[in-house]
Design a protein around this ligand. Sequence first.
Ligand code: GLA
Length: 377
Amino acid sequence: MTDIDPSFVPEIIIESPGRINFIGGHTDYNNGFVLPAAIDKKIRFYFRKIDSLENAMIFSKQYEHPIKINLSHIVKSDVIWENYILGVILQIQKLGKKLRGFECVIDSNLPIGSGLSSSAALECGMAFGLDKLFELNLTKTEMVQLSMQAEHEFVGTKCGIMDQFASVNGKKDNAILLDCRSKEYRYIPTVLDPYKIVLLNTNVSHQLSDGQYNSRQDECAEAVSIIQKKFPEVNSLRDVSLSMLEVSKQSLSPIHYKRALFVVQENERVLKSVKALEENNIEELGKLIYASHDGLRNLYEITCPELDYLIDFSKNKEYVMGARVMGGGFGGCTINLVYEDFVKPYIEEVSKAYKEKFNIDLSAFEVNLSNGTTLRK
Ligand code: GLA
């Protein structure tokens, strides 16, 4: 990090968490159900006002160059991560809220580009911090919405609402059942004992804006428009039942059929997972999580050899109850429910095997469910 004044004293400190998603992959932008939770890996923001009407500076301990911002002229940057911040600032301004000069130092223990939603944590922490610093009176819903909009417009990823929602609304020791159609949600107390949540980072990098993510959305929208011809009441894949899908099968291309089938099945799995959690049936939850990965691999096709290797490895261990890819796919992390006594040997064994297979170092860590974006000071 460069250029930061050593006497920097923040007025406020914000913590914004990453998220996991137990189940409900690629259902959010299909108006479906998701079951995410905020985690204890976070981005910290140190904010202070400065004596200027239009200058802002952002320093990140993870990036060498600070961002110098002219608040009266927000334009896209060539540096991707800067656009998450610039996008949020522009969206706040579009709501008619007035920002003045500020400085912000960012530090993080949340791995970037790993399917843990570092981007949503960045957007939501920035929105939350500016709201507090300048007393903008934004609601949580507005912060979630404007952060998502920033990602659509400035970064070019047409993400769903899950990541921003979970980052802002997370609750310690709880998952969130979110209905992405109505935006209604319910906290689900999540006691997994004696299992731990272990994340394995493939360290294969993915860029959601590179087209695959957006093209899945297009395929889903195309499937909807074909199904609508027989079922005009259908507005999204959320409204499609298995029987409707079978009736429409002849009109759908194999790709469209596979994508739609995955989403319909995945929505059912989310609701069954909530039931399993409420009944403390971790074995059933684990089976549903494995089934989710199978669907993401064979029907939705957003996995990659590294991810599939890790899931196959876990499936062979009777102490791993469930495992799946999280996030957009094509790399990033897998989530694994691992019996606590085996966490250490499991990590050692899988890391060694992964290194031998791909010559890539695996990162492995345990996470706990935490509160959402919070004011620390
Ligand atoms: C990314 C997106 C989310 C969601 C997941 C897949 O994390 O940002 O909106 O679509 O992928 O479940």
